[in-house]
Ligand binder design. Structure first.
Ligand code: ADP
Length: 290
């Protein structure tokens, strides 16, 4: 598929736009990564004409989009609109959940990852998922990260170095370096989530998918995970499902708005919140329905 460049356009605010904005029930302030969206970035993943079914029920309709490389793309929309379903199509949920069916194309590094010939287990090393509830294995902190590295038959020294690198990369090393052999389930919820992120980056993935990664955490732990997402976006392409629009406006470069299984609009986060092109997007980000 042609690697289209993702264009960022800055649209000046007209008086009409200003008036509409002032009539919003909710004002979302964009900050952080939202102010740093890169223009003209090559897509890491391109999805074309994706449809997804749970049995006879269609959950996603004709989704086509590009996910820019080393940028965070947030997916927002009301509960049940298909955000998680979309995320899980990228790690081939259809191969693991009986009764589901997927149609369409998704290109990454020149390969259609929906091709039946693609090994979904191998794919899951390149596209890693972080879930809403942290799910560490009931083994030591060290083994949680080393797990996949043993499978790669790495030496003990290199496994140790890589575990340290991943724990540093997940902003957890200083908190756990003196108790690497302690059980991971003894960590706080926020630490467990950062451990799951360390485990996710251990296989050197191209893409990290995050399904409401902070929604089970307290505000301080949420902030740390948001800081971590910001830091990881320098090296990874990240897709972040969030029900929290403020979070999307803080920690994403691009935002996609889903409604009833359709992608209504995808734009830079600043554009989507400040100058939505679609009336439904405008109503949603303005808090008129949810
Ligand atoms: P969101 O993440 O935006 O809340 P979901 O992707 O979870 O939305 O759900 C999209 C639609 O698919 C909803 O109508 C939901 O009820 C349906 N759905 C989700 N998971 C399943 C499942 N395992 N079986 C059948 N329907 C499902």
């Amino acid at each position: 598929m042609e690697q289209n460049r993702i264009q960022q356009k800055q649209i000046p605010m007209t008086d009409e736009m200003k008036e509409k904005k002032s009539s919003s029930l909710l004002t979302i302030e964009v900050s952080g990564l939202a102010l740093q969206a890169k223009k003209d970035v090559a897509p890491k993943i391109e999805v074309k004409d994706l449809n997804f079914f749970y049995g006879a029920k269609q959950a996603l309709f004709d989704i086509s989009l590009s996910l820019p490389e080393r940028q965070v793309t947030a997916l927002i929309g009301p509960s049940g609109c298909g955000k998680s379903t979309f995320l899980r199509t990228l790690d081939r949920m259809d191969k693991f959940v009986p009764g589901t069916r997927l149609e369409g194309e998704a290109w990454m590094n020149g390969e259609d990852i929906y091709d039946p010939a693609v090994d979904p287990i191998e794919l899951r090393k390149r596209i890693r998922m972080v879930f809403q509830r942290p799910n560490p294995f009931p083994v030591s902190i060290f083994e949680n990260v080393a797990y996949g590295l043993h499978l790669q038959k790495s030496s003990r020294r290199s496994i140790h170095d890589r575990v340290e690198e991943c724990l540093r990369g997940a902003a957890l090393w200083d908190e756990v370096k003196d108790r690497l052999n302690a059980s991971a389930v003894g960590l706080s919820g926020g630490q467990q989530q950062r451990l799951c992120i360390a485990r996710a980056i251990a296989s050197r993935p191209d893409v990290i998918l995050m399904d409401e990664p902070a929604s089970a955490l307290d505000p301080i732990a949420t902030l740390r995970v948001e800081e971590l997402i910001t830091q990881l976006s320098q090296d990874y392409t990240i897709v972040l499902v969030t029900h929290n629009m403020q979070q999307a406006a803080r920690v994403s470069h691009y935002t996609g708005f889903f409604l009833q299984g359709k992608l209504i609009e995808l734009a830079t986060t600043a554009e989507l919140f400040e100058h939505p092109r679609n009336q439904e997007t405008e109503d949603y980000v303005g808090g008129r329905f949810g």
